[in-house]
Design a protein around this ligand. Structure first.
Ligand code: UFG
Length: 323
């Protein structure tokens, strides 16, 4: 299938592009390289440098790629930043995303796969979280993704656009080739591994007074190769709807740090900080729907394995991508 991938130079996108190509699909990557890296784009893919805000260019690029499916990763995705600069999130994730949606309808694309997030649920009433929970985001990032989910539903109803929206829990780990390199790193696992590599003195623990057993936030970490595989399954005709992607196991910030210490064999110095605004205490997925309906089978459900692949990549790329 001819697949048009926005954000294919980014962390999750780069690995999905690699898996799509391995599965025999033809891929065009569209990315403005604001967060992504040119060298994170698999050499077998075509590359278009462009911004989703450029409506005409987006339309032309989707048409020229003769896209049969669009996978839309490109977005700003930091909870903390969205609490300081909400406009950046609504502009890029909603308004610019709309240009892509319209381009997909005009080009009669058969399938639209969207990267949504468990941050659309806000602070959930029930754990683990299934897809039927009410969506009440507690940060502009989650709100911007929920707005796009709603646009997808209207475009399906009015234009017949078939879509799959994945609500990711916490993406982590690396493939052999591609891993996590954000220019400003805010995520837990890469920050802890920077301490293990000697690139940072200590790692912050944001909030130690949450209503959890050790007082730190609990998250469900999911390997990016497993995330990528779900996207490939979503391309099958007839697959549609909203799916959580997580492993169903929650780990606290302290447990993640301990796992990184075990895997790297290095001590991690930490410093306790106040809570980070916008962080829900606990997010753990019930992903039964993806397991049953898509036939999704995560290969790396254990946190140890997820951290081990991340550590292996960071050891081989201590400075990340060089561009
Ligand atoms: N944390 C620390 N120290 C750090 C970094 C993070 O204690 O140096 C804590 C955070 O406060 C949070 C947890 O570790 O409690 C995980 O934080 P991340 O920044 O790694 O991930 P988030 O859960 O905030 O967000 C990520 C993605 C979002 C996605 C979300 C789903 O960035 O795009 O997972 O849970 F929506």
């Amino acid at each position: 299938m001819k697949v048009f991938v926005t954000g294919g130079a980014g962390y999750i996108g780069s690995v999905c592009v690699e898996e799509l190509l391995d599965a025999g699909h033809a891929v065009t990557v569209f990315d403005n390289l604001s967060e992504g890296h040119r060298s994170a784009v698999d050499a077998r893919a075509s590359f278009v440098l462009g911004d989703l805000g450029d409506r005409e260019l987006v339309g032309r690029a989707v048409a020229e790629a003769q896209a049969e499916a669009v996978i839309h990763f490109a977005a700003h995705a930091l909870v903390g930043e969205s609490m300081q600069n909400p406009g950046k999130y609504f502009r890029n994730n909603v308004a610019h995303g709309l240009n892509l949606l319209e381009a997909a309808v005009t080009a009669k694309v058969g399938k639209f796969v969207f990267s949504s997030t468990c941050a659309t649920y806000g602070v959930p009433e029930k754990m683990p979280m299934d897809e039927s929970l009410p969506q009440r985001p507690v940060n502009p990032y989650g709100e911007s993704k929920l707005m796009f989910e709603k646009m997808l539903q209207w475009y399906q109803q009015i234009h017949g656009l078939e879509f799959v929206a994945f609500r990711y829990f916490n993406a982590a780990g690396a493939s052999r080739k591609f891993g996590e390199h954000h220019r400003i790193e805010t995520h837990l696992i890469p920050n802890v591994l920077k301490v293990a590599l000697g690139q940072k003195d200590r790692c912050d623990i944001f909030g130690t007074d949450y209503p959890t057993p050790d007082g730190t936030c609990i998250r469900d970490y999911i390997h990016i190769v497993d995330l990528a595989q779900a996207h490939i399954l979503a391309l099958a005709p007839g697959q549609a709807g909203f799916f959580n992607l997580g492993n169903g196991s929650g780990y606290s910030v302290r447990e993640v740090i301990q796992t990184c210490e075990r895997i790297s064999g290095r001590a991690i110095q930490t410093v306790e900080q106040p809570r980070r605004p916008g962080d829900p205490p606990r997010l753990v997925a019930a992903a039964d729907k993806a397991l049953k309906q898509l036939g999704w089978q995560p290969k790396f459900p254990q946190l140890e394995d997820i951290v081990a692949t991340a550590w292996d990549w960071h050891l081989r790329h201590p400075d990340g991508y060089r561009d």
